[in-house]
Design a protein around this ligand. Structure first.
Ligand code: MN
Length: 493
C-alpha cells in the first residue's frame, strides 16, 4: 500500500426519491464502478469510499456527520448523477467539517444519438444537477473545489489527485505539532508571526523548548545508539571526511531530537544558530537526515516554514520527487542564463539530490561553535514549485512560484553546502519583483513533486490568501491585485 492510501475520500452521489428504485439502483451501480476504477488507478493516490446514493435531507445529514467523525476521512467528493434538489443539502452542509470536492462528470461519455430518450436524459443529467448543487455551495459561502471533465480521462484524474493531496495536507496540518528549539533569530521580521492565529487557522500546535532541554537529551544518547545512526548514514551517504568524531556528534544530536519528536509527536522542528548554548555543533547533517525521513525543518526559528515543509512532505509521501527547506541565496544575473541559487548554511534536504550525498566537516562562518558535519550534493533538475507563507498581520498569505530547476554544470569546489539552481517563471527579474512586492520570505519550501495547483487548493481549504507567480504573471496586474486582498480579508474577518 502506498503512503497516501490510508486517507479516505467519501464519494457521495446525490439524487432524490422521485426517480424510483430502478434508477437509484443504476446510480449506485455506476458510482460503484467509478469508485473501483479510481481505486485501481495509480494516478489517484488515496482511497475513495463508496456510499449509497443519498436521496433526502436526513440521508445527506447522516452521511456528512459520519464523514465528519470518521478518523481517516480527509474529505468528501460530491457528484449529482441525476438532479438532487439542493435545499436537501443545506442541513448537511451546515454541519460539514471536511474539505469538499465537487466533480461535474457523467457516467457515459458520448450522447447515444440513436437511442437517446427521456429515460436516458433523466438518468444522466449532471449537466444541470451539478449546477443546482454548485449554487447552494456558493450561496452558503462554502469552500469547494470544482472539477469538470470525463471521469475516465487522465487530466481530470490528475486534478482530482492534486486536490486530494491538498486535502491530505489540510488533514495533517490540523494535527501538526511543531518543536521550537529556541526562539526566532534576533531582529528578523519575516520568520515571526502570530502563533495563536496559526493554531486556529492551520491547527499547528507550536511549542518552545530551551536549548538546555535538548542538550540534556543529546548528552543522554549512548555510544551504541550513535553506532546504529552511523550505520544508517553509511547506507545513504558517502563519508568524505576523516573527522569521524564530528560526524558522531551530529548522529548524537539526531538520535536525541528524533527520540524527543517521536515521544512528543512533533512533526517539524527548527533550530536557531544564534542560540546553541553548550551544543557543540549546529545540527547540519542531523537536520538533513531528519528531513530525509519526512520531518519538517527550517532554520533561525522559522516555525511557519518548518510546518509547511512537513505538510508538503506528507502531501507527497508516495512520490519520488524531493521536497526541501530552501532559502534564496545568490543570483546569476547573466541575461542569457538568469538563475536563482538556493541553499542554506547547512540544512538542504537530501531528497532533492541527484547523486549520492557526501558527508563533510567544514567550518561554519556564523554560529561560533565547532565545525559541523553536513551533506553536500548536486540537486536534481526539472520543474518544481517554491512556496512560502507569511503573516500579514490580519491574515496569512501563501506565495507559490513555478520554477525550473537546472542541471548543475559547475562543481563549485569551494562551496561547503548543497545548492539548487532554478530559473523562476516567468523570468528571474519578474519573479523576483513579484515575490518581493508580495512580501514573500527568503525562506521557502521547494518541491519537485507538487505544483501551484495543489498549493492553491491547500490555501483555499485553509482559508488563507494565495498568490501565484508563473508564466502568466503580469507585474502591473499583480501589483493591482495585491492592493485588493487587504480590503477583502478585512471584510471577511
Ligand atoms: Mn535562513
Amino acid at each position: 500500500m502506498t503512503a497516501l492510501k490510508k486517507y479516505e475520500f467519501w464519494f457521495l452521489v446525490g439524487s432524490q426519491d422521485l426517480y424510483g428504485e430502478d434508477v437509484l439502483h443504476t446510480v449506485d451501480q455506476h458510482s460503484k464502478i467509478m469508485v473501483d476504477s479510481f481505486n485501481s488507478d495509480p494516478v489517484i493516490p488515496c482511497t475513495l469510499v463508496f456510499k449509497p446514493v443519498v436521496r433526502n435531507s436526513d440521508e445527506i445529514y447522516k452521511v456528512i456527520m459520519e464523514a465528519n467523525n470518521a478518523p481517516d476521512c480527509a474529505g468528501i467528493i460530491t457528484w449529482m448523477h441525476t438532479f438532487s434538489p439542493s435545499k436537501m443539502w443545506i442541513r448537511g452542509f451546515h454541519a460539514l467539517q471536511k474539505p469538499l470536492l465537487h466533480i461535474n462528470t457523467q457516467f457515459n461519455r458520448d450522447i447515444p444519438w440513436d437511442s437517446i430518450d427521456m429515460d436516458f436524459m433523466n438518468l444522466n443529467q449532471s449537466a444541470h444537477g451539478d449546477r443546482e448543487h454548485g449554487f447552494i455551495i456558493s450561496r452558503m459561502r462554502l469552500q469547494q473545489k470544482v472539477i469538470s471533465g470525463y471521469w475516465k480521462e487522465e487530466t481530470m484524474r490528475s486534478r482530482m489527485s492534486a486536490w486530494m493531496r491538498a486535502a491530505v495536507g489540510a488533514y495533517e496540518s490540523r494535527r501538526l505539532r511543531v518543536l521550537r528549539i529556541s526562539d526566532n533569530m534576533r531582529e528578523v521580521a519575516v520568520t515571526e508571526g502570530d502563533k495563536v492565529e496559526a493554531h486556529i487557522k492551520f491547527g499547528w500546535q507550536i511549542d518552545h523548548y530551551g536549548v538546555e532541554d535538548i542538550i540534556k537529551l543529546v548528552n543522554a544518547v549512548t555510544e551504541e545508539e550513535i553506532d546504529v545512526q552511523m550505520k544508517e548514514y553509511a547506507e545513504y551517504y558517502d563519508m568524505d571526511t576523516d573527522r569521524i568524531e564530528s560526524v558522531r556528534y551530529q548522529a548524537r544530536e539526531e538520535v536525541a531530537i528524533r527520540k524527543f519528536m517521536e515521544q512528543e509527536k512533533f512533526g517539524a522542528f527548527h533550530t536557531n544558530f544564534q542560540d546553541l548554548q553548550q551544543l557543540r555543533q549546529l545540527p547540519g547533517l542531523a537536520a538533513q537526515d531528519l528531513m530525509r525521513q519526512g520531518y519538517g525543518f527550517a532554520g533561525e526559528g522559522d516555525w511557519k516554514t518548518a510546518a509547511l515543509c512537513r505538510i508538503m512532505k506528507l502531501m507527497t509521501a508516495d512520490c519520488k520527487g524531493g521536497t526541501a527547506f530552501m532559502e534564496d541565496y545568490t543570483y546569476n544575473f547573466d541575461p542569457d542564463n538568469g538563475m536563482n541559487m538556493g541553499a542554506h548554511m547547512l540544512e538542504v534536504c537530501p531528497s532533492v539530490a541527484c547523486e549520492r550525498p557526501k558527508i563533510k566537516v567544514m567550518p561554519l562562518g556564523i554560529g561560533d561553535r565547532e565545525d559541523p558535519a553536513r551533506l553536500t550534493f548536486k540537486a536534481a533538475s526539472g520543474p518544481a514549485v517554491l512556496v512560502t507563507i507569511i503573516d500579514m498581520g490580519d491574515r496569512f498569505r501563501m506565495i507559490a512560484n513555478d520554477v525550473l530547476c537546472q542541471e548543475q554544470i559547475h562543481d563549485m569546489p569551494n562551496l561547503p553546502v548543497a545548492a539548487v539552481l532554478w530559473k523562476p517563471l516567468p523570468s528571474l527579474e519578474t519573479s523576483a519583483e513579484a515575490w518581493i512586492y508580495a512580501g514573500g520570505a527568503h525562506h521557502s519550501v521547494l518541491s519537485y513533486a507538487l505544483t501551484a495547483e495543489e498549493m492553491r487548493d491547500f490555501a483555499e481549504i485553509m482559508d488563507i490568501e494565495f498568490i501565484h507567480i508563473g508564466t502568466d504573471t503580469d507585474l502591473n496586474q499583480l501589483r493591482k491585485e495585491l492592493n485588493w486582498p487587504g480590503l477583502i480579508w478585512k471584510l471577511k474577518k
